[in-house]
Design a protein around this ligand. Structure first.
Ligand code: PGA
Length: 265
């Protein structure tokens, strides 16, 4: 029996981009897109920390959620430069991207650190979006499924089954991030189906959690990606900075699916 997917989640990852003025326009266009796609698509923007208050003010009476791109693995204390999940939650954040490949490679984040961050995010009521993905070398060596399974299992192994059941997952092949080179819908679908199998093996029912695809998603390729059985939405970097592109991705999602299931735990 085919899997029934009841909503599509489209999350923007603004990364290290934005100014107050640029954000104002970007947030306003998110609100407009949300009113157009209605309840059929769940939208969110993960903004840089200093702009959380701006996002809260601009999005509070809209259907668009907001979140952060990382959280500290610590609750509080002498950790200069860190920002806690609790601080983000105070500004109404609901999502926290965790384990993004840019954090893993530029900041040396390990599975242990990522599990701790997920713990802090969940403590504060945020929904972590756990990212996994292989490099081009790993794909070319035929190691994709091993790599993504290991990334998933190492992090999930440190969490309780209750905690695992509150996650959103994202498959982001490193070679497709910011490169303009998207995984083909078939390549993405194959990895998503594999990940779903891994999730089932880890905890019964965990395969029902959303698995987003990320890596050069644009208005022009979103519909084909969302047409795949196991792709439940998108984590969007570059195109989330361009209102027409992000709006186009959300429109593509709304063309495919009706009905909203709120995945925010
Ligand atoms: P991209 O980034 O859409 O610019 O490829 C995706 C991501 O890093 O989450």
């Amino acid at each position: 029996m085919p899997r029934v997917r009841d909503s599509i989640l489209v999350v923007g990852n603004w990364k290290l981009n934005g100014t107050l003025a640029e954000n104002e326009a970007r947030l306003a266009s998110l609100a407009i897109s949300a009113s157009r796609v209605g309840e059929r698509v769940q939208m969110a923007a993960c903004v840089p920390f200093p702009y959380l208050y701006q996002a809260q003010q601009a999005l509070r009476n809209t259907a668009v959620a907001w979140g952060v791109q990382d959280v500290s693995e610590h609750h509080f204390g002498a950790f200069t430069g860190e920002t806690s999940a609790a601080m983000a939650a105070e500004f109404g954040a609901t999502f926290a991207i965790v384990g993004h490949s840019e954090r893993r490679s530029y900041h040396g984040e390990t599975s242990t650190c990522i599990s701790a961050k997920i713990g802090r995010a969940l403590d504060s009521g945020l929904t972590p979006i756990l990212c996994v993905g292989e490099t081009l070398e790993e794909r070319d060596a035929g190691e994709t499924t091993e790599v993504v399974s290991a990334q998933l299992v190492e992090v999930l192994g440190a969490l309780t089954s209750e905690d695992r059941s509150r996650l959103v997952f994202a498959y982001e092949p490193v070679w497709a991030i910011g490169t303009g080179r998207t995984a083909s819908p078939e390549q993405a679908q194959a990895v998503h189906a594999h990940l779903r199998g891994v999730l089932t093996a880890v905890s019964t029912g965990l395969d029902q959690r959303p698995i987003l695809y990320g890596g050069s998603v644009k208005a022009g390729n979103a519909e084909e990606l969302f047409s795949q059985d196991d792709i439940d939405g998108a984590l969007v970097g570059g195109a989330s900075l361009v209102a027409t592109e992000f709006g186009g991705i959300c429109d593509a999602a709304s063309r495919i699916h009706g009905g909203l299931a709120n995945v925010i735990a």
